[in-house]
Design a protein around this ligand. Sequence first.
Ligand SMILES: NC(=O)C1=CN([C@@H]2O[C@H](COP(=O)(O)OP(=O)(O)OC[C@H]3O[C@@H](n4cnc5c(N)ncnc54)[C@H](OP(=O)(O)O)[C@@H]3O)[C@@H](O)[C@H]2O)C=CC1
Ligand SMILES: O=CCCC(=O)O
Length: 291
Amino acid sequence: MEVGFLGLGIMGKAMSMNLLKNGFKVTVWNRTLSKCDEVVVHGASVGETPAEVVKKCNITIAILSDPAAALSVVFDKDGVLDQICSGKGYIDMSTVDPETSWKISEAIALKGGHFLEAPVSGSKQPAETGQLVILAAGDKALYEEAVPAFDVLGKKSFFLGPVGNGAKMKLVVNMIMGSVMNAFSEGLTLAERSGLNPHSLLDVLDLGGIANPMFRGKGPEMVKDNYSPAFPLKHQQKDMRLALALGDQNAVSMPVAAAANEAFKKARSMGLGDLDFSAVYETVKLLKHSS
Ligand SMILES: NC(=O)C1=CN([C@@H]2O[C@H](COP(=O)(O)OP(=O)(O)OC[C@H]3O[C@@H](n4cnc5c(N)ncnc54)[C@H](OP(=O)(O)O)[C@@H]3O)[C@@H](O)[C@H]2O)C=CC1
Ligand SMILES: O=CCCC(=O)O
């Protein structure tokens, strides 16, 4: 199977490499073209524009930073819309809001193409090992066609119905994750400031009812102030912002998520946006210090 792949950031690089390792022919494009070099060494071809990739491949996958990037790659000159047509499918795996997905879906349908949104749960390591959770919605036939690729990229794929449902599910999941990360950061800070060993807290948490892979994986690194990015904080804040907008639209009061969003914004203002989202811990430590 031949697939196009647009966007070779943390996720796109790992996912395209995984497809190559599993025998897929892959043609890649990235805005910063030099980032294609490493996947080319592993057998990928390069398209000079998104349009060129879509022209070559019947299915093109994208995973880009945010709504503005997702729209730009489709609608700008030499974008996806230039070449999408009947018989071709476009799968956007970026985390965006439903409105962005609807815009893309409508434009692709007008050209006779097929569209699926398929944001993912899971981060850099699950992307490297094919353990993502795929939250697809949109064109069911394209979903069926993409299952062999999804089986390589993920441990489980969900088909959630009409376009928008994948985006909504992803935003709800990340809203919970961002709120939990803030509570975790406060707990770690409180443990340390009140004289407890934070490693003991991690051991106790891991044996109880709120044990989870995020505490287990990120906790020891946070205690060492290591925020090497798996999921960049700027993207987590974007997801909180988009989830809060979804809350507005549905009149859902979300004071916990709103407070978490403020902490991520604070972290961005401190220049921590490109670090892992666990760096929000630094904002809690800072606030507790200054009181
Ligand atoms: N990292 C993670 O753990 C996870 C991330 N996600 C989501 O996946 C998406 C990608 O995340 P991640 O790989 O971490 O992000 P990165 O920041 O590592 O990569 C972002 C990608 O988007 C491209 N891009 C940004 N702006 C534009 C633009 N205007 N036009 C074209 N391309 C653009 C970048 O190109 P360039 O190289 O030129 O900057 C790069 O390829 C995001 O929506 C994120 O929320 C979902 C699950 C997990
Ligand atoms: O969107 C990013 C999700 C990161 C994760 O699930 O660890």
